[in-house]
Write a protein that binds this ligand. Structure first.
Ligand SMILES: NC(=O)c1ccc[n+]([C@@H]2O[C@H](COP(=O)([O-])OP(=O)(O)OC[C@H]3O[C@@H](n4cnc5c(N)ncnc54)[C@H](OP(=O)(O)O)[C@@H]3O)[C@@H](O)[C@H]2O)c1
Ligand SMILES: [Zn+2]
Length: 338
């Protein structure tokens, strides 16, 4: 095959368009991937709605990619055609700027960028990726099932393990969507006392079946007071997509508690007195590196953690995206590409 097909965002807020293009040629330190599956994340709205500054179009979204390497660019070592790999949000590291050397390659001055946002991603039959963005995918994991682990998975797995909470501590998973339903499973296997928080009770039974010990209906009860009544949270993993919902739970932190802000909701207001009286913190959390992706995949394999997915064909990316944005997906939408 010398052509690829992609579902492209032609311009800000324009509908997806199917395009046929020449197969891209991998550059230095790049591989070409034949995409098998790509998850549809709420963060794809950053590309669709143009929520970051200076984005350029057309752009192919998609940063939960699993596929097979089918071509190598110059100076690639250790990666071979036929290997199955995953690519997440993090587009790779240059290896020499200060940010990359401090393991913060997402802030790389040389703009290796964010997959599907500043470089083309996985809503396509083929894509290019830097080798520093690649994660090995264990043989036992199914490509469609595991694609969401490359963003929804790594982000919540990493936020939990970096939150400072220890086994037995009270951890709130706020929002039970694509990220939240995985966060509950990771938290259960990391040994926390888990309380799931969502509006309404629709998702309570599922949250409990995934490992939540308690449930707070944030539409019926004040979630901050409900958490304080349980002793206060050591960590809140905030995956909701609404700023007021996030603000409403901050007061539920216990002494030295940390809210890991994952949802990209813009401005939130924080009461400084509430924080300082508890030495509590509100911390942003960005997904992680390709090494963190490998940790997530291996941890998921070890503990049989899977994403619950609704599967769409690549050509139906518009319907898949709209379904994800409607909040009705149970729980992750994935494009099956080959
Ligand atoms: N920091 C990172 O590295 C990173 C990585 C991936 C994603 N993200 C961000 O994380 C967020 C979650 O992504 P996702 O793919 O999991 O989204 P999702 O599947 O759409 O889930 C959204 C969740 O937010 C809840 N929610 C939406 N509006 C709400 C409101 N007004 N009040 C209370 N709860 C509300 C939903 O509750 P219902 O069930 O009631 O609808 C659902 O639980 C997004 O902002 C995304 O951009 C960040
Ligand atoms: Zn994502």
């Amino acid at each position: 095959m010398s052509k690829m097909r992609a579902m492209v965002v032609p311009a800000v807020n324009a509908p997806f368009r199917l395009e046929e293009r020449e197969l891209p040629i991998p550059g230095q330190h790049e591989v070409r991937i034949r995409v098998q599956a790509c998850g549809v994340c709420h963060s794809d709205s950053i590309t669709v709605q143009g929520l970051f500054p200076n984005l350029t179009y057309p752009r192919i979204p998609g940063h939960e990619v699993v596929g097979i390497i089918d071509a190598l660019g110059p100076d690639v070592q250790g990666w071979e055609p036929g290997m199955r790999v995953g690519v997440g949000w993090h587009g790779g590291a240059c290896g020499y700027c200060g940010n990359c050397r401090r393991n913060m390659a997402f802030a790389c001055e040389n703009v290796h960028g964010a997959t599907g946002v500043t470089r083309d991603g996985g809503y396509a039959t083929h894509m290019l990726a830097l080798t520093s963005a690649l994660a090995h995918v264990p043989d036992t994991l199914d490509s469609v099932e595991s694609a969401p682990l490359l963003c929804a998975g790594i982000t919540t797995f990493n936020a939990l393990r970096n939150s400072g909470a220890k086994p037995g501590d009270l951890v709130a998973i706020h929002g039970i969507g694509g990220l939240g339903h995985l966060a509950i499973q990771f938290a259960a296997h990391q040994g926390f006392r888990i309380v799931a928080v969502n509006r309404g009770r629709d998702k309570e039974a599922l949250a409990r079946s995934l490992g939540a010990h308690d449930y707070i209906d944030s539409a019926a009860d004040n979630p901050a007071q409900a958490l304080l009544a349980m002793g206060g949270a050591k960590a809140i993993i905030a995956t909701v997509t609404n700023p007021q919902a996030m603000e409403a739970i901050i007061g539920g932190l216990g002494p030295n508690g940390v809210m890991m802000v994952i949802g990209a909701v813009g401005n939130i207001t924080i009461n400084s007195i509430e924080l300082l009286m508890k030495s509590a913190a509100v911390r942003g959390w960005y997904s992680g590196t390709s090494a963190d992706s490998e940790d997530t995949l291996l941890f998921s394999e070890l503990n049989n953690i899977t994403s619950m997915n609704e599967v769409f064909a690549l050509d139906d990316a518009q319907a898949a995206y709209d379904h994800m944005m409607s909040g009705k997906a149970r729980f992750r939408v994935v494009l099956k590409v080959d």
